[in-house]
Design a protein around this ligand. Structure first.
Ligand code: SF4
Length: 97
């Protein structure tokens, strides 16, 4: 499973010490910005661009969590989210389809 998301066991262990380590912010973030996380193209893009790895190792998980709690992630994520450019690409792909 770690191979699938491009992580070593040591990286995963380190990530488990980050805030809110057990929470899946990627799915919540996608839903919040208007991306269908279950769409085939989304899943393929996420795998090819290691979006899960970026989320699991993200240094901004606490800020991400706070914005999720406040339901205003979509208005602020471009300022701090390391996946923001990937989300923009996914949103552009949706428009191009
Ligand atoms: S800020 Fe972005 S990359 Fe970091 S945990 Fe939240 S959604 Fe994932």
């Amino acid at each position: 499973m770690l191979n699938d998301i491009g992580m070593s066991a040591a990286e995963f262990d380190a990530a488990m010490h980050l805030p809110h380590a057990s929470q899946d912010f990627l799915t919540l973030a996608m839903l919040s910005v208007g991306i269908d996380p279950d769409n085939f193209d989304t899943l393929e893009f996420a795998r090819d661009h290691f979006l899960s790895r970026t989320c699991i190792t993200c240094p901004h998980r606490r800020k991400c969590h706070d914005h999720m709690q406040a339901f205003d992630f979509e208005g602020h994520y471009r300022d701090f989210c390391p996946n923001s450019e990937n989300f923009s690409k996914l949103l552009r792909k949706r428009c191009d389809a």
